[in-house]
Design a protein around this ligand. Structure first.
Ligand code: GDP
Ligand code: MG
Length: 434
């Protein structure tokens, strides 16, 4: 069976640390969407942290096989940097614990420059300039290159990269981007591409074989980004280019929908966002923001793992969570993981929770389906009593302050989904399991 872990909000919910935890009970951990624009922070048993972008979080677990699925987008230069970083922490990375789908698409150098060109002009969308939107559009236009080309026609790959960069030169010049050495860029790319050969295989076949064995493998599908960034269901056009919901697991890994078992939706008690787009419950009070952000040097500081940008913060938003849960799974197969419960006391006396939106005189319990509608929505708040105890060392639900228990139960009641894992700190063991 395939269990799925996905973000219910706007990304950076803390999926990485829960994937890391669930990896212990799964044989295979697989990424089904996105590229190296995503970022996870996991804390290793010895306390060091490991930043992951495309490699599944299962890599920190010796027993786990890790799959980079067909739905992902790969930049060999970045992937090799990531692999080198993982190895530098003493973790083995080889074909014995990492496989890359032959059908995954390659992010090529001119996609990245394309991204820079777009971001330098009026059409900029606050992209991470990783070439993700570009490679996705080439894929849809059927002019993309799948990673298997590294194995079967490296010469062709080299020619396409070089010629595309030459063709792009006048546009780069026109927008004032610095000159590049096309030959050098191509050379570096090809050198890195070759290093990936050992990992490339038909992962769709592999996964389906493993799922159909007499003792079927337990697969954990690890989602990047989050519901509001889904290309179809998010706040288009302020989205990523991929499918971030449980439906994306089927297409992004090639496993039948009927194999999907549990869906773990991760939400953060204080949601955050990087980049543009509507944010109904955004916190704008400078004093409160300072109070919430706290020390920006800690591992759990709200700044991007990939970009370093300070994240926007918002109150817990039930209408938005309900919509995400509605799309992601049946209530009885779905559970929630809530991170950063330890941050809630930073609110002070009362905890504001958005329970509904008001839009054009109507009260909405479930968020509407478009960015402009979100922009027209006003949040309706209820206030729960806060607690002042430090909860970071607590590991049992019934040991939590009564107001913290009530807060959790309130969210459960309002969503109809149980909260099975609660983060009370960024460290591996700072979790309450119910
Ligand atoms: P992901 O993209 O969803 O995997 O999340 P990120 O790792 O990018 O961002 C989540 C941030 O919250 C990281 O800095 C984590 O260390 C931190 N974090 C996750 N869970 C908790 C928690 O329960 N408490 C605290 N204080 N920090 C957490
Ligand atoms: Mg992240």
């Amino acid at each position: 069976m395939v269990d799925v872990i996905i973000g219910l909000q706007r990304g950076d919910e803390g999926k990485g640390r829960f994937v890391d935890m669930l990896s212990e009970t799964h044989d295979i951990v697989a990424r089904f969407n996105g590229g190296n624009n995503a970022g996870h922070t996991v804390v290793l048993p010895d306390g060091r942290d490991l930043a992951l972008h495309l490699v599944p979080s299962g890599i920190a677990h010796p027993h786990a096989m890790n799959i980079i699925g067909n739905g992902t987008l790969i930049n060999p230069v970045k992937l090799n940097e990531e692999i080198a970083d993982i190895r530098s922490k003493g973790i083995n990375v080889s074909r014995d614990n990492l496989k890359i789908s032959s059908a995954a698409h390659l992010i090529l150098p001119h996609h990245i420059y394309d991204d820079e060109i777009r971001e330098s002009g009026k059409g900029g969308q606050g992209s991470t300039k990783a070439g993700i939107a570009q490679v996705s559009s080439y894929k849809a236009m059927r002019t993309g290159l799948r990673i298997e080309i590294i194995k079967n026609n490296l010469k062709k790959l080299e020619t396409i990269i070089f010629e595309s960069l030459i063709a792009q030169q006048p546009i780069r010049k026109a927008v004032g981007l610095p000159d590049i050495d096309e030959k050098e860029v191509t050379g570096i790319y090809i050198k890195n591409a070759k290093l990936l050969v050992e990992f490339i295989t038909d992962t769709v076949f592999y996964l389906n074989q493993e799922l159909r064995k007499p003792k079927p493998a337990r697969v954990l599908a690890e989602g990047a980004q989050a519901f509001l960034l889904d290309i179809d269901h998010g706040m288009y056009p302020y989205t990523s280019s991929s499918s971030t919901t449980s439906g994306g697991v089927s297409t992004g890994l090639g496993v039948p929908p009927s194999y999907i078992d549990k869906v773990y939706g991760v939400a953060k008690a204080i949601q955050s966002h990087v980049g543009g787009g509507p944010f109904v419950t955004e916190i704008t009070d400078e004093k409160l923001l300072k109070q919430l952000h706290g020390d920006m040097r800690t591992i759990d500081a709200e700044k991007g793992t990939t970009t370093g940008r300070v994240r926007r913060l918002g109150f817990f938003d039930l209408p938005q969570i309900r919509r995400a849960q509605m799309v992601n799974g049946e209530e009885d197969k779905q559970t929630m993981a809530l991170s950063k419960l330890d941050w809630v006391q930073r609110f002070g006396e009362k905890i504001p929770i958005c329970v509904a939106y008001e839009r054009n005189g109507k009260i909405l319990e479930i968020a509407p389906d478009a960015a402009y509608k979100l922009q027209q929505s006003t949040p309706q708040y209820e206030y729960l009593p806060n607690w002042q105890e430090d909860i970071r060392e607590i590991r049992k639900f019934d040991k939590l302050p009564i107001n913290a228990q009530k807060y959790i139960e309130y969210i459960e009641k309002k969503t109809g989904v149980t909260i099975s894992m609660i983060g009370v700190g960024p460290q591996r063991d700072q979790v309450i399991i119910r």
